[in-house]
Design a protein around this ligand. Structure first.
Ligand SMILES: [Zn+2]
Length: 428
């Protein structure tokens, strides 16, 4: 068999396997996770200098990992450790030139360089095909991806007939739209394209929906898929009401890979337990059902740069019990946001980014692009761009003053940066 048919067969087999896995009895899912975890630890010990040194230093060897309960004997690693390890955390039998490179957004520090081996890329593709089937997406449906650009670069197509032909063919089915200073232009272009499926970070989807609401222009997507950030309840409702369709959210990152998604029940997120093990920890202990905890992930398939017990920096909770859809993949109840973005309210409570977004967006009013900083016991509200009216700024100030007490407002003429975080606790 030639290499291409073999690759296609493999991709089909992988997609079929993942689709089956979502209905596996719980016990079988655990057996699968155990098998994958043992193979991963063996690989990490023999091929990844970082893990080799780390495990030897605590006298732990791959054969000690016999079951899932042994996972907790492995050390937890942080983003900072991965950053310091550099290529020491990359497997020595991986050709870096042939592996796929990506990075984290770097909004909380330096971007982290991440390597995926080709086999893991196949898993990511299969996982996204599985999710397509969960939502009943068809390959011919037109998709629009909303991104943010703080420059004018919009990925021009280079020379070459083949490249341009492919590009124009692809444009019939899939287009990127860049929100920069105003959603006005892209809203008009999108009316012409009439996408069936819309993708984007929740804030950009919201800006777009606000534009449609303001102008009365109309698109009628079948689905909106939010990813890459916290989707608060009010923003979800706002987009759903304005665009007249369901919004589904998913959770994951470039570092740890795809982690969880909402099925059509929209009652929590199914964790892709055949791809990733998620632990919910309070200190060293396992958290209880629905308890706010640290999300620690083990990516079972990326052998180029294994992340084993990797502290994601996110806080969230899991839920016991089954989803009404019948899938056995366990339930992530909620992601509340990154630890460094929790801010202390004046009553002493630490408010999660999800709660704070709810405060900002809870009443359907138009909200300017903003950031809230907490530093040295002081809270400041920064607003960006020239679109925000004085009324909308003072309205937002009053919402945050209710929870934080006295608050400064700093107006910036320039627009917000791409991937900007809303909340930042500079004290922690
Ligand atoms: Zn479900």
């Amino acid at each position: 068999m030639g290499i291409i048919p073999a690759l296609i067969l493999r991709a089909l087999w992988l997609t079929r396997t993942l689709k089956k896995n979502q209905w596996l009895p719980e016990q079988e899912l655990r057996v699968l996770q155990t098998k994958k975890l043992r193979a991963l630890v063996k690989h990490a010990y023999s091929r990844v200098p970082f893990y080799h040194k780390r495990l030897r230093s605590i006298g732990l060897y791959p054969d000690d990992i016999k079951g899932l309960d042994d996972l907790r004997r492995l050390p937890i690693i942080t983003k900072e450790e991965v950053e310091r390890a550099r290529t020491q955390i990359v497997a020595d039998n991986i050709n870096l030139k042939k592996s796929f490179k990506t990075h984290t957004s770097g909004t909380m520090g330096h971007p982290l360089r991440i390597y995926y081996d080709p086999r893991y890329l196949d898993y990511i593709t299969a996982s996204s095909r599985r999710y397509r089937s969960v939502l009943g997406r068809k390959s011919w449906e037109k998709t629009a991806v909303v991104r943010f650009s703080d420059s004018n670069s919009k990925g021009e197509v280079g020379p070459g007939i083949a490249k341009r032909t492919f590009h124009s063919f692809r444009r019939n089915y899939s287009r990127n739209y860049y929100i920069s200073y105003s959603a006005n232009d892209i809203a008009k272009e999108m009316v012409e394209f009439q996408p069936d499926v819309l993708f984007g970070r929740p804030i950009y989807l919201r800006l777009l929906a606000e534009e449609f609401r303001r102008t009365g222009h109309k698109i009628s997507p079948r689905l909106v898929l939010s990813r890459g950030d916290i989707l608060d309840h009010s923003t979800r409702k706002f987009i759903e009401t304005t665009l007249g369709c369901d919004v589904y959210d998913s959770y994951g990152g470039n570092d740890a890979g795809p982690i969880a998604w909402e099925c059509r029940e929209k009652d929590g997120y199914h964790m892709e337990a055949d791809m990733t093990i998620c632990e919910f920890l309070r200190g060293e202990q396992n958290a209880n059902h629905k308890e706010l905890s640290d999300i620690v992930v083990t990516n079972l398939n990326n052998y180029a740069m294994p992340l084993i017990r990797y502290r994601s920096g996110d806080k969230g909770s899991y839920r016991s019990g089954k989803c009404a859809c019948g899938r056995t993949l366990p339930i992530l109840e909620s992601v509340e946001g990154r630890e460094k973005e929790f801010l202390p309210a004046r009553n002493g409570e630490r408010l999660s980014p999800r709660r704070l977004q709810e405060i900002a967006y809870g009443d359907d009013s138009s909200v300017p692009m903003f950031q809230v900083f907490h530093e040295d016991g002081h809270v400041s509200l920064h607003v960006y761009g020239e679109d925000g009216s004085d009324d909308s700024i003072s309205d937002l100030k009053s919402k945050f003053s209710d929870v934080f007490g006295e608050i400064d407002v700093v107006k910036h003429k320039e627009n917000a940066k791409a991937n900007m975080r809303f909340f930042l606790n500079k004290a922690s």
